[in-house]
Design a protein around this ligand. Sequence first.
Ligand code: ATP
Ligand code: MN
Ligand code: MN
Length: 304
Amino acid sequence: KSKTSAAPKAEKPPRRTVRLTHPDRVYWPGEGVTKEGLADYYTEVWRYIAPHIVGRPLALLRAPSGIDGQTFFQKHAWKGINAHIVEVQDPAEKDDEPYVAIEDLDGLMGLVQSAVLEIHPWGSTLADWERPDRIIMDLDPGEGVAWQAVIDAAEETRKRLEAAGLNAFVKTSGGKGLHVCAPLKPSARWPAVKAFCKGIADAMAKDSPDKYVSTITKSKRRGKILIDYLRNQRGMTAVAPYSTRARPGAAVSMPLAWSELSADIGPAYFTVENTPTRLQALAADPWADFRKAAEPLKTGKAKG
Ligand code: ATP
Ligand code: MN
Ligand code: MN
């Protein structure tokens, strides 16, 4: 093999021990991506995706017959759940059904074995369910919105997050839009974080009413971008970086450097097929410092 390098690509792929049943089952018929192909993809991206999906409650989009069959958005554990998937109890809801979490690559393979085609983590971890460690502003373009306008919205969201003392990162959704994410030191609780995010969305809609809306009302959305801040409340989720999407094209949600945002990279540009090549070619993971860049949210009430 080649010379020593600090780059992640020099590391060997991690070992997995979960046995897949029906490895040839086709999940994305258009691309011919099978269950085994999905397992290979997630093994390849494991070191990148792990920090975003390990040790937090997960909602899961399952599609046992692939993307053209029935799908289930599952927030809780189910009967006969794979042994590598962990069941966790919400400390605030002792009588609630258990949630699911994973701890390692075998857990992720347990998800693949369970036909999980999308992974949607909470914004807080099992270590502290009440204090989120990331914000995600979900930019949803309505019909007829140009891609450049979505990029502009992401840049503006970034500016507003930075003005509040946070660091902002961007990823494609793998669907239609962009997600602007900010790592947090877990200190503020959910209600304060939600109020902060609503404040940004409302301010954008107020300053540029021709471009942005901050409420869900469909009729108002044509030609505008919904600044969807509602991912940021307790129990709500958003698709993980590097998660696949259960949609035609086998796209994934891809972390980008801000400088990569351009007409060349649309929201579903990166896929199960071209992601390994991207990661091998990258000099550095654009989100390598995501956790290190965490800042506490200043809620503005601490004046003394
Ligand atoms: P796009 O760029 O196309 O908007 P997205 O991931 O931002 O992609 P959706 O797939 O529409 O948007 O999902 C919005 C959020 O709603 C997701 O983050 C997910 O956590 C949640 N969600 C998705 N599907 C369901 C469902 N069937 N039931 C409840 N919540 C869901
Ligand atoms: Mn969205
Ligand atoms: Mn949305």
